[in-house]
Design a protein around this ligand. Structure first.
Ligand code: AKG
Ligand code: FE2
Length: 507
């Protein structure tokens, strides 16, 4: 959650005059951002509204807590147990508004015994579920004199209309769409670009027969992973259609095939198979040692994935079986507004929820020339090239299948990632202590020519990078400077990525 926001009213906003100052004539109707947002059920208002209020502000009853800002109160209340939080909420209106905040109750739920139960009665909110209250039994106190962005903002975020961000995609940003592609076309032209295929997965039995309702019938008691919890499908289904979380829990399960007892691959009785156009997947040679690579994804509208790059410099495809997903993507070297990457590239800080990012940064991001956007609908599949940033949001409740893979054309990206960023390599079982060595050994056995090519490409990139660096620091033309050797097929040359590679920075 963002803690500090512009002080905005529900239906009106000040526009700055270009120098950050508000001008009286700029008092305007907000066109769409919040028009889909109903009034808060308890009457809580954005902080800015206190300046138009003549009555007694509920904050005045806070006593010794009064000097503390809302952000700090929330942090303080995170230490309370469920009984104390509940009782504190009954001491005054302002504290009631704080103490019923469902973010606090979600944390209490996740730390409680209930979080380990695969099946229980979801009551429509984390608070009601923890306290075992039915909807009717929940206290409702009028908080119309409580003004707080900290409390109001998550509510706005859970109601924003996504359409305002996903419609009117500028034509230059549109992700290319094809019915299908041949492997040659993919390898020649498209392995480093996103695209959507509209007629590629229609024959999958999974596409023809899976829906949220059929999954509920067939797998109601099967336990799936949804972020921090393992819930039966029927529990997740209840939650999914009856929550107002700003960032709903997302079912993201890598063991789904085993759990659902389905087979993947071409042939009779198979649920789905990987599309031909992506060609051979080089990580298949890792066999049982291959890192996690396929997931079943289920989520309600508003759920999704905040900005990230896929693991180990792999590419991916993401097939929508039900629903629709909005994708916004940037190439590996882009600086994505609102996404902060640590100096060594090991950490991505995207502290904003999807809704917050859309509200704060979408308009700016959309103007960047590298920006690509598109909607992948049921029956369509999207290609995520190695290293591309992406944020994804579900526009409807739905089901997707995703798989990460290594196409031949990205072998050098993966080799370089495994070699240069061992601390960022993920998804391998603990007993695989040297993923890079393992991949090289297997390539030597099964694709020696490709390994040679991959290492050549890597060396060429390294030389290019070093040349750019030497040019930048004026290091190139002195003959007596020691040069690091960066050619040949040894995998040991260790220029590393200290200077920050533009092409292949992976997270
Ligand atoms: O469907 C989604 O939310 C996107 C998933 C994704 O980005 C991923 O699997 O890496
Ligand atoms: Fe991803």
């Amino acid at each position: 959650m963002l803690l500090c926001h512009e002080q905005r009213q529900i239906d009106v906003a000040f526009k700055t005059n270009g120098h950050g100052n508000h001008t009286p004539n700029d008092f305007q109707e907000l066109p769409s951002t919040e028009s889909s947002v109903p009034a808060h059920p308890l009457g809580i208002k954005p902080l800015g509204n206190q300046y138009f209020f003549n009555g007694t502000n509920a904050r005045k009853s806070l006593g010794t807590l009064q000097p503390l800002p809302d952000e700090m109160l929330t942090q303080l209340f995170e230490f309370l147990d469920k009984r104390t939080l509940r009782l504190l909420g009954y001491t005054c209106r302002f504290l009631f508004a704080h103490c019923v905040s469902d973010d606090l109750w979600k944390s209490i739920f996740l730390e409680s015994e209930l979080a380990r139960e695969p099946s229980f009665q979801w009551q429509g909110s984390w608070r009601a579920t923890v306290l075992g209250f039915s909807r009717e039994r929940q206290t409702k106190i009028d908080c119309s004199n409580v003004f707080s962005d900290v409390l109001h903002r998550p509510f706005v975020c859970s109601y924003i209309s996504l359409r305002q961000f996903t419609s009117n995609i500028p034509p230059v940003n549109e992700i290319n769409r094809f019915e299908d592609l041949s492997y040659e076309e993919f390898a020649d032209k498209w392995s480093s670009k996103p695209f959507i295929l509209t007629k590629c997965i229609q024959a999958w039995p999974a596409y023809r027969t899976w829906s949220l309702d059929t999954l509920l019938k067939m797998y109601s008691d099967v336990i799936f992973r949804a972020e921090a919890v393992d819930w039966s499908f029927s529990t997740y289904y209840q939650y999914m259609f009856d929550n107002r979380d700003e960032s709903p829990l997302y079912l993201f399960d890598k063991k789904f095939a085993e759990k659902m007892k389905i087979e993947v691959g071409k042939g009779d009785g198979m649920a789905y198979w990987k599309p031909d156009c992506f060609g051979p997947d080089l990580f298949e040679i890792l066999g049982a040692e291959r890192p996690a690579h396929r997931w079943l994804i289920v989520g309600p509208e508003r759920s999704g994935s905040t900005f990230h790059k896929d693991p180990n410099a792999t590419s991916a495809w993401n097939a929508v079986l039900q629903g629709a997903k909005y994708w916004i993507m940037f190439p590996p070297s882009a600086s994505v507004p609102g996404v902060y990457v640590s100096k060594d590239n090991s950490e991505v800080t995207s502290p904003l929820s999807i809704a917050e990012w859309l509200l704060e940064f979408h308009a700016e991001a959309r103007l960047l020339p590298e920006c690509r956007e598109g909607i992948c609908r049921a029956g369509e599949i999207l290609h995520v090239p190695s290293g591309w940033w992406h944020l994804v949001v579900n526009l409807e409740s739905g089901i997707a299948l995703t798989q990460n893979f290594v196409p031949k054309s990205h072998i050098s990206d993966v080799l370089s990632f495994l070699r240069d960023r061992p601390e960022q390599v993920s998804g391998f079982e603990k007993d695989v202590t040297d993923p890079c060595g393992l991949f090289i050994d297997r390539l030597k056995e099964q694709y020696p020519g490709l390994l040679e090519d991959g290492l050549k490409q890597l060396a060429a990139k390294q030389t290019q990078k070093k040349r750019r660096w030497d040019d930048a620091v004026g290091y190139n033309d002195t003959e007596d400077q020691p040069q690091k050797k960066s050619s040949g097929f040894s995998f040991g040359f260790a220029l590393g990525d200290e200077e920050g590679d533009e092409e292949d920075e992976m997270i």
